[in-house]
Ligand binder design. Structure first.
Ligand code: PLP
Length: 413
């Protein structure tokens, strides 16, 4: 039993001051979309902007659009829109390449600022691309540096004067557990290390204040809670105090101080533009630009609070309606300590998620046994959470997941 009914949640939706934002998005009928932490939903704004950029800008202006529509400064303009969502100043953020590539650029640059040090410290079980990229950075160093990946509770205790860089993902992609950014940054700085934060599961979902935490560097995805579209470019934050000294290994012309002077020798731009490499992806950047306009007039702390309300609701309904059905909560109960998704372990997790998707509830599966549900505040209603948990209960009590068609592993989970 639960302490409230579906009707109570419909009432809560009628009283929700953020309910109106759902109308911006195009959620298919019959779907409860709980995977906006993996691929944010399409908004009308993005659709309209892409139409305009394709038809009027590219179609009509052709190459003149680089000046006429100021395409050349789009990375900076989009960066400036992301800045308030992550506690940065407008001139500390730019956008381009993927999160993986940006991790490589920033980690390589950071190591060069700490030439006498040999360790990149990160969390065991961090998002795979973060671990792989750091391993690649170590490999490229020719033996000068190594990656040390430790469990969360041992991590800050391992900081010492050999550590050049601490790389952490703010909200864990499986558990949603948050790192205390200010505390971890302070601990790193106390031993002279730099910090690099991955905000992929944070920006647009929880409040982030990089500058209040004195963070040095950060990256994050444009296609998750920011709704920039599949493969949207990633953002890069470099604290103002580091911009003149922090280099990066991909010396492309778009990071040059004067790209259109066409000189033979590389001379890096003096500011965060140095982090760019090649020609900006204008269609993807335009989509992200339009998606970010949706946040412009919203109070991020109210958005984040609604996300946490939905997570609380999801947990309490699962505990009331799905007790004894083999679901084990992997996400912190304390709303101050988590991002905006919730995960449960289940021995048949992959099949359970396949059965849920077949029944209109889209979440995702993370090996080996995690079913994960993104509670995106901008387009989910309280009643969606009710319906999702009822479907979950139906899948588990009816053992729908045992059907052979849900056993085969898909390429993307
Ligand atoms: C989603 C995610 C990424 C994705 O990186 P891409 O280069 O865009 O594939 C990286 N790090 C974290 C923590 C993520 O959650």
């Amino acid at each position: 039993m639960s302490a409230f009914s579906r009707d109570d949640l419909l009432q809560r939706d009628r009283e929700d001051p953020l309910a109106f934002t759902r109308d911006w998005f195009q959620i298919p009928d019959g779907v409860v979309y709980l995977d906006g932490n993996s691929l944010g939903a399409l908004s009308q704004h993005v659709r309209a902007r892409l139409e305009e950029v394709i038809t009027a800008q590219w179609g009509q202006s052709l190459v003149r659009a680089w000046n006429a529509h100021d395409w050349i400064d789009l990375p900076a303009r989009v960066g400036a829109k992301i800045a308030p969502l992550i506690g940065a100043r407008a001139n500390e953020v730019t956008v381009g390449d993927s999160t993986s590539v940006n991790l490589f650029k920033l980690a390589s640059g950071a190591l060069a600022l700490r030439p006498g040090r040999s360790v990149i410290l990160t969390e065991a079980g961090n998002f795979p691309t973060d671990l792989y990229v750091l391993q690649g950075v170590a490999e490229a160093s020719g033996g000068r540096v190594r990656v040390q990946a430790l469990p969360r509770h041992d991590l800050l205790g391992a900081l010492n004067d050999e550590v050049a860089l601490l790389v952490l993902t703010h909200a864990h992609y499986k558990s949603a557990a948050l790192w205390p950014m200010a505390e971890a940054t302070r601990a790193a700085h106390a031993v002279g290390a730099l910090t690099l934060w991955d905000l992929s599961h944070s920006a647009g979902a929880v409040t982030v204040d990089l500058n209040a935490a004195q963070a040095d560097l950060a990256v994050g995805c444009g296609y998750k809670y920011l709704n920039g579209g599949p493969g949207a470019p990633s953002y890069v934050f470099v604290a103002a105090r580091h911009q003149e000294r922090l280099g990066q290994p991909i010396w492309g012309w778009m990071g040059h101080a004067a790209p259109f002077d066409f000189t033979d020798a590389y001379a890096p731009a003096p500011d965060v533009r140095r982090q760019l490499a090649g020609t900006p992806p204008i269609l993807s950047l335009s989509a992200l630009d339009a998606a970010l306009d949706l946040f412009a007039d919203l109070d991020m702390s109210a958005v984040a609070a609604k996300g946490q309300d939905l997570v609380d609701l999801f947990i309490s309904l699962v505990e009331a309606r799905c007790a004894g059905l083999d679901l084990h909560l992997m996400t912190p109960r304390d709303r101050a300590l988590r991002g905006s998704h919730v995960s449960f372990a289940h021995p048949q997790g992959h099949a359970v998620m396949q059965a849920l998707i077949a029944n209109g509830v889209i979440g995702d599966f993370r090996a080996p046994d995690i079913v994960r549900f993104g509670l995106t505040p901008l387009y989910l209603r309280h009643v969606d959470v009710w319906d999702a948990v009822e479907t979950l209960r139906h899948v588990l009590t009816g053992r729908l997941f045992e059907a052979p068609r849900f056993q085969a592993r898909q390429a993307v989970t």
